[in-house]
Design a binder for this molecule. Sequence first.
Ligand SMILES: [Zn+2]
Length: 143
Amino acid sequence: MNGVLSEINLLGFPDGTKMRPTRQRKALAAILFKAGHRHVTAEELHREACSGGIRMALATVYNTLHLFTRAGLLREVTVDSGQRYFDTNVSHHHHILNEQTGKLSDIGEGEILISGLPKASEGMEIRCVDVVVRVRLADKEKP
Ligand SMILES: [Zn+2]
């Protein structure tokens, strides 16, 4: 297990406030950060918590995921208006979305090259570029 769980007592937000290490937050952190990087939706995490005997409302899971995101532990990835993932890999990277399974995967560094960007409008600057490559089963592979 990485240090997140042991450090949850010390977690804070950019504004300097500290996160209270409630039992539910610690339980969700234990599930989220137990092994390697992953992408999870609030619904998936809620199901995992329930199947592990941890009872809490879906709204609590959402609130906790947003708290962890504000604290810099997670990165929120929105692939469309109704589909949000929380990524334990907070470094900047791009994603592949399997539209049929909903599985989100990382694109390795150097696997995608962006050779040009539009100019930002007057007074604006480009903050970041997030690419989501959408895949589905090719027609010839369909039964
Ligand atoms: Zn990712």
